[in-house]
Write a protein that binds this ligand. Structure first.
Ligand code: C5P
Length: 217
């Protein structure tokens, strides 16, 4: 068994692919973006301003994030899987994820969860910061158009009324924020393999990653 790091910008397909790979390989998937989303959700719920580090620290100390086998996400036992996926929370997450205090807490938790082998983590800084020793590192990218189209279809399927242009604009803004922040910006690790998923379907991406893993195992 090995550990697998999947990084890349939002909506490039990281979580979908990581979930399927974990199922096929019998590995455990940790969606680290969901953990930052929990921080954003909880701070909004508790009316905490993002520049109030004392309140944020207090919040983090009383917040237990957990996953079940199906990938549902819980804060102190409450299922927040759906609540953390709104566009409002996505944008707030990108802002809260810049804060060093928040990153330190989340990275420590992620390392603790994935201290053995057999884990697939997806996020922005897995190959560079969280698991620099991961045996396989994938950097997944896709054009803004492809990513906005995917998110648009996802929202439509869920019956959420959204505007395509707004989604594309928000994706671009999150890319910018995630790539240009001071702490652990989104960037490809030197030893990561880049996969452009713009023109590939899910099965094709899974097969590409599987063939990379097989060479390493
Ligand atoms: O992957 P997802 O879109 O759910 O991530 C939400 C946000 O969380 C990202 O836009 C990014 O700002 C932040 N994030 C991060 N580091 C990670 C995972 C996510 O900063 N490892």
């Amino acid at each position: 068994m090995i550990n697998i790091a999947i990084d890349g910008p939002s909506a490039a397909g990281k979580s979908t692919i990581a979930k399927l790979l974990a199922k096929q390989l019998g590995y455990v998937h940790i969606d680290t973006g969901a953990m930052y989303r929990c921080c954003a959700y909880q701070s909004l719920k508790n009316n905490i301003e993002l520049n109030d580090l004392i309140a944020l620290d207090e919040m983090l100390q009383h917040m237990e994030i957990s996953f079940d086998k199906a990938g549902n996400v819980f804060i102190n036992g409450e299922d927040v899987s759906k609540n953390i996926r709104t566009n409002e929370i996505s944008m707030r997450t990108s802002s809260i994820a810049k804060i060093l205090l928040v990153r330190e807490k989340m990275v420590a938790k992620q390392r603790e969860m994935a201290k053995a082998k057999g884990f697939i983590l997806d996020g922005r800084d897995i190959g560079t910061v969280v698991l620099p020793d991961a045996e396989v590192k994938i950097f997944m990218v896709a054009s803004v158009e492809a990513r906005a189209k995917r998110r648009f279809e996802e929202y439509k399927m869920q019956g959420v009324d959204v505007d395509y242009d707004q989604i594309a604009k928000d994706i671009e803004q999150r890319d910018y924020q995630d790539m240009n922040r001071e702490t652990s910006p989104l960037k490809k690790a030197d030893d990561a393999i880049e996969i452009d998923t713009s023109l590939l379907n899910i099965e094709q991406v899974v097969n590409k990653v599987l063939s990379i893993i097989q060479k390493k195992e």
